[in-house]
Ligand binder design. Structure first.
Ligand code: SPV
Ligand code: MG
Length: 532
């Protein structure tokens, strides 16, 4: 199975990292993993396409500002390693130094790392406390028998079949030569190691390639080409290596990039010069999982019980009202007392809306948006069609009704149905267009034929029961593979015999049925703002 075939963590259910790593080991070529010291680094590794993440002792120590000499405790390193596991869907291999003590410490360590979902651990044949392999000076090796005891203890302690223990050979690092390295590797394989790691600090890959050519056992070999970086993973794989660890390249890249950025800010006295070289905030949000959280928000978080909410739904006529008008509409809804406002119009405009607006790029019509809207408890839901702009005052009146369905009706339009408008007959009309009562008293008697008392003004409010009716209308449209805007859904409700409350208005809304309407409305709002 290639890494591309391994589904993301959210989708793959309970496929443990250890299983994934075993599958990666079973395929041709080298498994390539890269170092990380926090979940962000692990996510970058996963997005770049690495097969796995190396929870690097050097990186974690450096990130904490301490030398990689067994200063951090096992618990601290385990905390980081398990945070990497939680962040990605690829296996995490943990650098466990010399096992944090003797065989007893190793057994405890194995159980805890295994329980944290780590795929494999590497333990090295150094004396505790160890010193990072690249620090010049003292590098003390443990006797072979002692280290074999730790390996046997590790394998005895593990509870699941796939978890792997990698035995790291430090003989070349400590200057004990290739024969000792081979002797140790063979003893570790014999003691039960699932893989051996041959470490080298030479700038030339020769000693590692020689080790690989002398290796005759079936136990896979892992390499860490930090100093001998000219050799490719393909060449290492051809020489017999099964896993290549790029141990600390994220850490080192970060140090250079951050240092250069910081220096530039102080030098230039502003950040303009670095802006193009640093990740935009949108990338940060993406790496944090904000889009996912937005999806779950729509799925799991319902507005506070009893409070009104609003949804701007796709309109039929224009592609989009544009970010400026959507922002105005959102603000008018807020002024009408609705805190929870979602915008479900398709297209890029949505992204430019205020931050607490939920994007709904998958919706292409009002029916789709209605169906995806989560249940709203007992509160009222106001729907505004994106091909209208409705002021706060009429919206306030709309919310104030207690009807299951309340519709904003413009009664100045006169008789006769205009093209594109939903003409309505009202029960409150006495005779010849004169009304008794008017305002919130009347009901919509039905769709107008040749004589309309008013027209639908782009917004309607629904109780929970009203929303259920609307949802049913939307479902019917979907069942017939039809799209529907808000006016068409209302028309469906009227056709089914429902009589919504009419909230009669004579002003306070604009229709945005043509690009020209949108242009004029944008200009009007800009002029109004300038006059404030
Ligand atoms: C680590 O990343 O901590 C390692 C690899 O052990 S190295 O630092 O290259 O020895
Ligand atoms: Mg290390």
């Amino acid at each position: 199975m290639s890494s591309a075939e391994i589904p993301a963590r959210q989708e793959r259910g309970a496929v443990p990292g250890a299983r994934q790593l075993r599958e990666l080991f079973a395929r041709d070529g080298a498994v390539r993993i890269v170092g990380a010291h926090n979940p962000l680094g692990a996510r970058l590794a996963e997005r770049a396409g690495f097969d796995g993440v190396w929870s690097s002792g050097l990186e974690v120590s450096a990130s904490q500002g301490v030398p990689d000499t067994d200063i951090l405790t096992m618990s601290e390193l385990l905390g980081v390693a398990s945070s990497l596991v939680s962040a990605v869907g690829i296996p995490v291999v943990a650098d466990c130094d010399a096992g944090y003590g003797n065989a007893h410490n190793v057994m405890n360590m194995i159980r805890r790392y295994e329980a944290a979902g780590i795929a494999a651990v590497s333990i090295e044949d150094k004396r505790f406390p160890k010193v990072n392999s690249f620090i010049p000076g003292r590098q003390e090796l443990a006797p072979i028998a002692e280290f074999c005891g730790k390996l046997a203890a590790a394998k005895a302690a593990q509870r699941t079949r796939d978890f792997m223990v990698i035995a790291r050979i430090e003989a070349l690092i400590a200057g004990w030569g290739p024969a000792e390295a081979l002797r140790r590797g063979e003893a570790y394989a014999e003691a039960g190691a699932d893989a051996v790691l041959i470490h080298s600090k030479d700038e030339n890959p020769e000693e590692v390639l020689r080790f690989l050519s002398s290796w005759t056992l079936r136990t896979p070999v892992v390499v860490v080409p930090t100093t001998y970086h000219t050799v490719t993973a393909t060449e290492l794989a051809e020489a017999g290596a099964k896993m290549v660890i790029y141990a600390n390249h994220g850490l080192r890249a970060g140090i250079t990039a951050v240092s250069e950025t910081f220096a530039s800010i102080l030098r230039e006295d502003r950040t303009t010069a670095v802006e193009a070289r640093i990740a935009p905030l949108a990338t940060v949000f993406d790496l944090q999982g904000v889009p996912e959280q937005k999806r779950f928000e729509a799925q799991f978080i319902t507005p506070h019980e009893g409070r009104p909410r609003a949804l701007v739904v796709p309109g039929g006529a224009v592609a989009g009202a544009g970010p400026r008008l959507l922002e105005e509409q959102t603000s008018a809804l807020r002024r009408a007392g609705i805190e929870s406002v979602a915008v479900a119009t398709a297209g890029a405009a949505v992204a430019e809306c205020p931050q607490d607006v939920t994007p709904g790029a998958s919706h292409t019509d009002a029916a789709g948006a209605v169906l995806e809207l989560p249940g709203g408890g007992a509160g009222r839901t106001v729907l505004v069609s994106a091909d209208s702009f409705v002021e706060a005052e009429p919206l306030r009146r709309l919310i104030a009704t207690d009807a299951d369905i309340a519709v904003l009706v413009d009664v100045t339009a006169g008789t006769g149905e205009r093209p594109g408008a939903l003409g309505l007959r009202l029960t409150s009309v006495a005779r010849d267009g004169r009304r008794i009562g008017g305002s919130e008293g009347g009901e919509v008697a039905g769709r107008a034929g040749d004589r309309a008392d008013g027209e639908f003004a782009g917004a309607a409010a629904f109780s929970a029961a009203g929303m259920a009716l609307l949802r049913r209308a939307a479902e019917k449209r979907r069942a017939n593979s039809e799209q529907a805007d808000l006016a068409q859904l209302l028309d469906d409700l009227l056709a089914d015999g429902h009589q919504p409350r009419a909230v009669e208005i004579a002003s306070g809304w604009l229709e945005l049925r043509t690009e020209d309407d949108v242009h004029r409305a944008t200009q009007m709002l800009a002029a109004r703002e300038a006059a404030r």
